[in-house]
Design a protein around this ligand. Sequence first.
Ligand SMILES: Nc1nc2c(ncn2[C@@H]2O[C@H](COP(=O)(O)OP(=O)(O)OP(=O)(O)O)[C@@H](O)[C@H]2O)c(=O)[nH]1
Ligand SMILES: [Mg+2]
Length: 620
Amino acid sequence: MHVLGTAGHVDHGKSALVRALTGTDPDRWIEERLRGMTLDLGFAHLRFEDGTEAGVVDVPGHERFLHNMLAGAAGMELLLLVIAANDGPRPQTAEHLAILQYLNVRRTIVVLTKADLVDAEELAFAREIAAEFVAGTFAQGAPCLAVSSLTGAGLQELRGAIHEALVALDPRAPDALAYLPIDRSFSLPGHGTIVTGTLMQGRIAAGDELLLGPPARSVRVRGLQVFGAKRERVEAGARVAVNLPGVEVAEVGRGDVLASPQFELRSSVEITFRALDISVGLLKRSMPVRAYVGSAEILATLAFERVPEDSTPTPARLHLRTPTIVVPGAAFIVRRLSPKTLLGGGTVAGVDVDGLALGDEPPEFGAILAALRGAGLAGLELASAATTANLAVERTEQALVSLVEDGRAYRLQRPAGFVEADAANELLTLVLERLKTGETESPYLAGTTGLALSRALEVDESVIARVLAPFADDGKIAYRSGYYTTPGFVPSLRPEQTAFFERLFAAVASEPGAPVALDTVHNAIREARIPGLPAALETLLASRALVRVGDAVYRGEQVAHVRGLLEAALRRDGQITMAAFRDLAGTSRKYAVPLLEWFDAAGVTLRTGDVRVLRRPSVT
Ligand SMILES: Nc1nc2c(ncn2[C@@H]2O[C@H](COP(=O)(O)OP(=O)(O)OP(=O)(O)O)[C@@H](O)[C@H]2O)c(=O)[nH]1
Ligand SMILES: [Mg+2]
């Protein structure tokens, strides 16, 4: 069996295509459906009459969710590179393609979606642009098919091309040791913890003893499923759900690995690295990076004997800050810490190089680290660090910069200072444990506030905010709209909560301009007597799945739609009156006034006299 994956820019129709091909909506979360945007990986099952099947992985196109795309990208063998015929290749089309060149894609089909929105001449032009775009990449010469997921045009031909490609793919190494990067974990009443992922190589059978980590522990497979059907054994290439008794769901998740017991945790691996052409100039002899291996994102140091000057493959080493199960031959990519520029990628070599030093180090590092350690989570500002370590400010500053680059100290803001990495990491671990437990128990909560963390951990709220900020920048923890969550966590409402909001908003689904009154929402919540509804509403508002405008509540997609119409009208006419806006939005004056004021406050429009103009000439 093989895994087919989507890639491409936000809104280009990846998820709609998966739905049209498989009948399954890969957007699992209500936030995704209300917002009309994929946030996390989605999964589906493609089946042909002759028994050929494939697992489908749908990725988010928005750059903010690139870490989720990366967690699913390594498993793909057949790529559907999605380009909207009416929009052409865009930044994430290029970024996804650049990432995938380092991973395991073996065949590509370019899919021009939204073909119903262009005429024959524009479509021919879109084909030309797409062919030019993939020229010189691994996708050069790939078949290019135009489809409309809306009308169904071209879907039969695409299914034919997918079938042909799947049949032509060699099976993945079934005789190798088992290696399954985990992309999801959840618990089922009566079954305990289930983990899912793509079995990259080898076989797994019920009853097998496997290694789970990090941290490493031995587990026994109770049961296996592929697309909801029970299996005694599964082979490489399948999307598998594995039932692991005795493992708490909070202890395992995306980024962990399930593998044959012959493997072990490694903290330093020899690699073959190939730089991305445009990033060659950024490479240093030893530099902190984010490494993406399997479904994991790991902070690491990339070290060269000789820094590459072009994109020819070069031997190098990766020192992983978190020891991880790494399989020889595994493909990976690395990005810069900040900004998260793609640097390149490669494959893991066979030899273990644990214990190699990272180079000589000046003696003042020890003194500064000791000073920082003494200050704990409060950290030290530069001048006090210099005084405590008995060093000149200038040398202290240079050393602190190196320590920050190496990941042994973090830079703090407001007020500026430095904190020892171990102390900060310990806080992060405590916070993440707490968040994970909360997210498992009440997955519908938007997250945990700094105040709640402060009370639970008995650490000053301001210290929490200051120490966690660098982790939030690095993607080790997520902070959004006042709530902390584990990275990649997307709140998910309970089925009865989802059903409640879907029912409530179904009434206005066909009218883009019609909201539900806030009072109606509150009354319905009170009457429904479903636990957790007020918190679920908070969550939907925090994620912008729902948007409160004055006394009314809209679906995020409605507001985005009206905003699109408004911006198009303003670009065309330069200005708009309230009455014209009311007609444009298909709503009444009662709703049009607060809506337009909301767009003013959101920085979309600017009021001048009786009309509105665009605040910024172009907004994406
Ligand atoms: N007219 C037309 N609209 C389409 C087609 N495919 C998708 N759309 C619309 O385009 C919008 C985006 O579609 P999605 O499938 O959510 O796009 P996506 O690529 O999955 O977006 P992200 O996952 O957020 O990156 C939706 O409003 C779809 O209804 C199509 O073939 N024709
Ligand atoms: Mg999508």
